[in-house]
Design a binder for this molecule. Structure first.
Ligand SMILES: CC(C)[C@H](C(=O)O)[C@@H](O)C(=O)O
Ligand code: SF4
Length: 470
């Protein structure tokens, strides 16, 4: 048999039928559902008098609209309340498994899927959410779908799809202390751009990727979509298998043994063909900070904000000028001189237990309180279980003692669909994945960084090189 990539293998394993034009019917193993993209899908099902095809393949949770403050009184905002109530009703009526707002297992859909073992190697995983790419960290074919596709998957457990091309991004070598998964993926996006992965499924490989924990691998795959690829993948290895063992939805006993035997085949064969290959040297990656309004507008902490006058290409010059204006930054300003107003540690990119530990370690090391110019520093764990684990480890106390707010799980200030937001003109160090205009609140200015960099910025009031405090 010809050598296949991991993506080829996952695709072949799930194709039910392929049309002459390449359109395929793919079988979907896991469908994750949240409150924002599911209401019209359920409505469509109801109007057609259809039922959910395979209930056990679905797992639902509200995450975008939930408050991160005290939830005992319910949701104050009527629009958010309606969205969350609608998901509850739809799940109750159809019999879908759902973790409701006050369930300990509630959290961001991309955090709870893996945490529960609902995301497993070899699966096809879809969700009406672009950051479904996160789940590719498990050697699963995972990508976002639109609301009409959510309805299609609910009704048929299949999806119409066309195969993408194969891209390999190899990161070899060892990162410096203080440099982590977020810096790796931001550096990748800085190199290939937000359209670099368009039309491809990206496999992340190389010794620096293999050295990452599952949390780190999820951070990398989470941002594959910001590099233009709908799906990112990482081959299965012992790290993957160990993570999956004993989780509530994971197989057990003989089924576990059979599953593991199959999972071990989930890697690209030697000599498999990739349509594009990109290489990065891990040792060269420094802590990253975005300066503009797109994730590709990223530099290292040692750099200075770009000067449009030095850009010869008129289109690029215009983009730099617009971004600098929106971000209220002068050309050539040193990144570590940028002062911030708020800090957000959370989102499906960086709200897992290791992210909490990484941020808390920096707070501990620096000691004292958050800087006086920092009006609000939020820590929003990705799930109730992450929150509970962090509390067992005393991390909540570290944050609170320094003046951070320790909140309930959800998407929160990643996109400001709930009450957590930036006011116009406010500047934020954020561990999320998108720095678009207004993303964290109208007029807000977002700088994407790692949890360590966000914590350090909170303590010092401006960006600092975390390698100096490691
Ligand atoms: C609300 C949802 C459709 C959206 C997405 O698809 O990514 C959101 O999660 C985001 O991060 O912008
Ligand atoms: S945390 Fe942010 S990026 Fe992730 S699903 Fe929620 S809104 Fe989207």
């Amino acid at each position: 048999m010809t050598a296949r990539t991991l993506y080829d293998k996952l695709w072949d394993e799930h194709v039910v039928h392929t049309e002459d034009d390449g359109t395929a019917v793919l079988y979907i193993d896991r469908h994750l559902v949240h409150e924002v993209t599911s209401p019209q899908a359920f409505e469509g099902l109801d109007l057609a008098g259809r039922k959910v095809w395979r209930l056990s393949a679905n797992l639902a949770v509200s995450d975008h609209n939930v408050p991160t403050t005290d939830r005992s009184q319910g949701i104050a905002d009527p629009i958010s309340k309606l969205q969350v109530d609608t998901l509850d009703k739809n799940c109750d009526r159809h019999g879908l498994t759902q973790f409701k707002m006050n369930d300990k297992r509630q959290g961001i859909v991309h955090v709870i899927g893996p945490e529960q073992g609902a995301t497993l190697p070899g699966m096809t995983v879809v969700c009406g959410d672009s950051h479904t790419s996160t789940h590719g960290a498990f050697g699963a074919l995972a990508h976002g779908i639109g609301t009409s596709e959510v309805e299609h998957v609910l009704a048929t457990q299949t999806l119409l799809a066309k195969k993408a091309k194969n891209m390999l991004i190899r990161v070899e070598g060892q990162v410096m202390p203080g440099v982590g998964a977020k810096d790796i993926v931001l550096a990748i996006i800085g190199k290939i751009g937000t359209a670099g992965g368009t039309g491809y499924t990206i496999e992340f490989a190389g010794s620096a990727i293999r050295a990452l924990s599952m949390e780190g691998r999820m951070t990398v795959c989470n941002m594959a979509i910001e590099a233009g690829a709908r799906a990112g993948l990482i081959a299965v290895d012992e790290t993957t298998i160990n993570y999956c063992k004993g989780r509530p939805f994971s197989p057990a006993g003989v089924e576990w043994e059979q599953a593991v035997a199959y999972w071990r085949s989930l890697h690209s064969d030697a000599g498999a063909h990739f349509d594009a290959v990109v290489e990065l040297d891990a040792a060269q990656i420094r802590p990253q900070v975005t300066w503009g309004t797109s994730p590709e507008m990223v530099l290292s902490i040692e750099d200075r904000v770009p000067d449009p006058d030095k850009e010869k290409d008129a289109v690029k010059r215009g983009a730099i000028e617009r971004a600098l204006q929106y971000m209220a930054l002068e050309p050539n300003k040193a990144i570590n001189d940028i002062r911030i107003d708020k800090v957000f540690i959370g989102s499906c990119t960086n709200s897992r237990i290791e992210d909490m530990r990484e941020a808390a370690a920096v707070v501990r090391r620096l000691g004292g309180k958050i800087a006086s110019n920092v009006k609000l520093a939020l820590v929003v764990p990705g799930s109730g279980l992450v929150k509970a684990q962090a509390e067992v480890e005393g991390l909540d106390q570290v944050f609170k003692a320094a003046g951070f707010e320790w909140r309930e799980p959800g998407c929160s200030m990643c996109l400001a669909m709930n009450a957590d937001r930036l006011e116009p003109g406010e500047r934020c160090a954020s561990t999320s994945n998108r720095n678009f205009e207004g993303r964290q609140g109208a007029g807000g200015r977002t700088h994407l960084v790692s949890p360590a960099m966000a914590a350090a910025a909170a303590m010092q009031g401006h960006f600092v090189d975390v390698r100096r405090i490691s």
